[in-house]
Design a protein around this ligand. Structure first.
Ligand SMILES: *[C@@H]1O[C@H](CO)[C@@H](O)[C@H](O)[C@H]1NC(C)=O
Ligand SMILES: *[C@@H]1O[C@H](CO)[C@@H](O)[C@H](O)[C@H]1NC(C)=O
Ligand SMILES: *[C@@H]1O[C@H](CO)[C@@H](O)[C@H](O)[C@H]1NC(C)=O
Ligand SMILES: *[C@@H]1O[C@H](CO)[C@@H](O)[C@H](O)[C@H]1NC(C)=O
Ligand SMILES: *[C@@H]1O[C@H](CO)[C@@H](O)[C@H](O)[C@H]1NC(C)=O
Ligand SMILES: *[C@@H]1O[C@H](CO)[C@@H](O)[C@H](O)[C@H]1NC(C)=O
Ligand SMILES: *[C@@H]1O[C@H](CO)[C@@H](O)[C@H](O)[C@H]1NC(C)=O
Ligand SMILES: *[C@@H]1O[C@H](CO)[C@@H](O)[C@H](O)[C@H]1NC(C)=O
Ligand SMILES: *[C@@H]1O[C@H](CO)[C@@H](O)[C@H](O)[C@H]1NC(C)=O
Ligand SMILES: *[C@@H]1O[C@H](CO)[C@@H](O)[C@H](O)[C@H]1NC(C)=O
Ligand SMILES: *[C@@H]1O[C@H](CO)[C@@H](O)[C@H](O)[C@H]1NC(C)=O
Ligand SMILES: *[C@@H]1O[C@H](CO)[C@@H](O)[C@H](O)[C@H]1NC(C)=O
Ligand SMILES: [Cu+2]
Length: 570
């Protein structure tokens, strides 16, 4: 990679300033102190890892074109790193954040200053820890407003409200995952879902732990929805109200109206809520609960919040007397498919959908669960006495001990990774049929190397090994177009005929249909090492992840600059 980036950055910065007509480049500075904080929820107080003592964490607010500088200082015994989920990180891959992929973790007492520009993006994203299960409590909104003078492609809302879904665990989540990896069994589940950190009035003591959205009649509210739950897709609905979806993963979509939505971990969605002009009641219930089709246990709770119309002297009715919104069944796969099939890119002149029409490289990835053998001196609690694992093309990714990007940049990649990640399953089988007898995965730290400016198509095929399940697939450093999706096995002869190459939704996280497939396309316009993984934390821990190594291009502004001097060391 190039080692003379300075002038190229300066040139491209000046160019973008002229091109986008910004009056001045603005830098937004933040300080994130990772520290313990005692927090009370569901009748008990627990010490959790937070940013600046807040749960959910603080919001970052910037405009398109701004530079964001966040100094992260680690004051806890755990290693940590922060990912800015959905930020393109164009030629700033050193600041993407996943531990052992683009950086070594920030160790206790150390700090790292993330420093990147927001180029060509606006909307709702989020930030979260990217190591072990720390993101359970280390997460918050990342809001990108349109550039100064630019407006939304919809009427300006009266008010904007971030709404983060999460989970509350009475147990220590680090202990939960470390025990599960030890025994090979499925991990315990959370005790409640949360809306903006609040579990709702489900427990006797938690009446004061209910999220309340106070609104005025006849106004439009922009809700910035974020699913930060560790392991659960969620349905969400507000009684007697519909919402209009206008954005997915910080990309505008053709607006559509719905009474129920589903959001997978890693996904963000902006919706417009038009409040009633003359509400017949003053308080309405909002509810979220999981969508789940896998085997095993999950948190089967519903979290409630309240939509309250502001009127003088209104009393606070008990939630029990209120109409609870109707949500699809827990296993409502058809409701999920109907909803996700409605997304279309806005594809306007100002916000075009640059869908790759020609594909340079095609890949087929099976995604799903599997098993690892139980060590001889142990008894394991996974399937048939084995240990749970997960894989892509039967490769279960094992983190290296040195960050891949760092080792690659210093010409040492061969020491930590092999470049032979399979482009297709090594042994084809009936992916959504009866599971094969041998469900063992292969451990490996393998990457796929692709040249700069390659158009890539990946078929993500769910498998029914140990249960078909929707996997929220997330790609770092790029957005992708979802050109097709369906149930059963992808048919390479028939299915491409119905691909949408005109206005498919563009996003960074797609729920691969349970027992089905999704086809995505993207252009490798960003040199670096880019993680791609299931956003269920448990599947990530079991190895459902891989990385792309996008090579530098020919020109100076197509190369990754050298690492910053404070890049953490392993
Ligand atoms: C949390 O509470 C425990 C027990 O009351 C106390 O010892 C500890 O200092 C508190 N920690 C913080 C960060 O406030
Ligand atoms: C952030 O990066 C820009 C561009 O490389 C540089 O000018 C600036 O000094 C950096 N800021 C910090 C705090 O490191
Ligand atoms: C609810 O009230 C209890 C008791 O006063 C308090 O300990 C707890 O922190 C409160 N919870 C919230 C979310 O404010
Ligand atoms: C809310 O919707 C329910 C049906 O889902 C209906 O029974 C009820 O009358 C509606 N209430 C209001 C205030 O519109
Ligand atoms: C989850 O709870 C609901 C309501 O109690 C129940 O109807 C449903 O069967 C449960 N689902 C599962 C999969 O446990
Ligand atoms: C969904 O769950 C219900 C209740 O457990 C069950 O009757 C139904 O067959 C399930 N549907 C599917 C498609 O699995
Ligand atoms: C099993 O053997 C390995 C290697 O000898 C050892 O590290 C591990 O602690 C043993 N585990 C148990 C549960 O005894
Ligand atoms: C795959 O399995 C499904 C479910 O059992 C079956 O309907 C289908 O015919 C099988 N496909 C092939 C190609 O064997
Ligand atoms: C799987 O195992 C069953 C029973 O042991 C056997 O009948 C079947 O032929 C095996 N299938 C394959 C594909 O090996
Ligand atoms: C793969 O790695 C896991 C831990 O990451 C280990 O438990 C398992 O034994 C390994 N499997 C093989 C076949 O080496
Ligand atoms: C990428 O390749 C396309 C042709 O596929 C070309 O039109 C475009 O200019 C290239 N972009 C860059 C940045 O090299
Ligand atoms: C933190 O990361 C370093 C570098 O990978 C590693 O050597 C160390 O064991 C880790 N510490 C903890 C507490 O996990
Ligand atoms: Cu998954």
């Amino acid at each position: 990679m190039s080692s003379s980036p300075g002038s190229a950055i300066a040139v491209s910065l000046v160019f973008s300033l002229l091109f986008f007509g910004h009056s001045a480049a603005v830098t937004r500075n933040y300080k994130f102190d990772i520290r313990l904080q005692n927090v009370t929820r569901l009748c008990s107080t627990k010490s959790i890892i937070t940013v600046n003592g807040k749960f959910p964490g603080p919001r970052i607010v910037a405009r398109e074109g701004d530079r964001v500088v966040i100094k992260v200082v680690n004051h806890v015994p755990n290693n940590a790193s922060i990912h800015w989920h959905g930020i393109r990180q164009l030629r700033s891959g050193w600041y993407d954040g996943p531990s052992y992929i683009t950086q070594c973790p920030i160790q206790t007492g150390q700090s790292y200053t993330y420093n990147f520009s927001i180029i060509g993006q606006r909307g709702t994203l989020w930030w979260h820890a990217h190591i072990s299960w720390l993101r359970a409590t280390l997460h918050g909104p990342f809001i990108i407003l349109p550039a100064k003078g630019a407006s939304y492609p919809f009427p300006k809302p009266h008010r904007e409200v971030p709404v983060i879904f999460g989970e509350w665990w009475k147990a220590d989540t680090e202990a939960v995952i470390s025990q599960a990896l030890q025994t090979g069994g499925g991990p315990n589940v959370s005790d409640s879902y949360t809306i903006n950190g609040l579990p709702g009035p489900s427990a006797n003591c938690s009446a004061n732990e209910t999220f309340k959205l106070r609104v005025k009649p006849g106004k439009t509210y922009l809700l910035r929805l974020i699913n930060a739950a560790l392991n659960d897709d969620l349905f969400f609905s507000i009684a007697n109200h519909t919402v209009t979806i206008v954005e997915a993963d910080a990309l505008y979509v053709k607006p559509f109206t719905t009474d129920v939505l589903v959001i997978a971990p890693g996904q963000t969605t902006n919706v417009l809520l038009h409040t009633k002009l003359n509400p017949t009641k003053m308080t309405f219930v909002m509810a979220a609960r999981p969508y789940f089709t896998g085997q095993g246990t999950f948190d089967n709770n519903t979290v409630f919040g309240l939509l309250e119309y502001k009127t003088p002297g209104a009393s606070n009715p008990s939630i029990l007397n209120l109409q609870i919104p109707t949500l699809p069944p827990i296993n409502g796969t058809s409701a999920v498919a109907n909803f996700s099939n409605r997304f279309r890119s806005l594809a306007s002149a100002q916000f075009p959908a640059n869908v790759p029409q020609q594909v340079d490289k095609k890949f087929f990835f099976t995604v799903g669960l599997g098993s690892n053998p139980c060590p001889k001196n142990q008894t394991c609690q996974g399937p048939n006495g084995s240990k749970f694992a997960a894989s892509i093309n039967n490769i279960s990714f094992v983190n290296p001990t040195i960050a891949i990007l760092q080792s690659y940049f210093s010409g040492q990649a061969g020491k930590v990774v092999t470049t032979n990640f399979p482009a297709f399953p090594l042994i084809p089988f009936n992916y959504t049929g009866p599971p094969p007898n041998n469900t063992l995965v292969i451990n490996g730290t393998k990457v796929l190397v692709v040249p700069f400016n390659t158009t890539v198509e990946v078929i993500l095929q769910d498998t029914s090994i140990l249960g078909a399940e929707s996997h929220p697939f997330h790609l770092h450093g790029h957005n992708f177009f979802v050109v097709g999706q369906g149930f059963g096995n992808f048919d390479p002869n028939k299915d491409p005929q119905s691909f949408n190459l005109v206005d498919p939704v563009e996003r960074n996280t797609i729920g691969v249909p349970s027992g089905g497939w999704a086809a995505i396309r993207f252009r490798t316009d960003n040199p670096g090492v880019w993680f791609m993984h299931c956003h269920f934390e448990v599947h990530l821990s079991w190895g459902l992840k891989m990385a792309w190594l996008v090579l530098d291009g020919e020109l100076p502004n197509q190369k990754l600059p050298p690492p910053p001097s404070d890049l953490p060391k392993c």
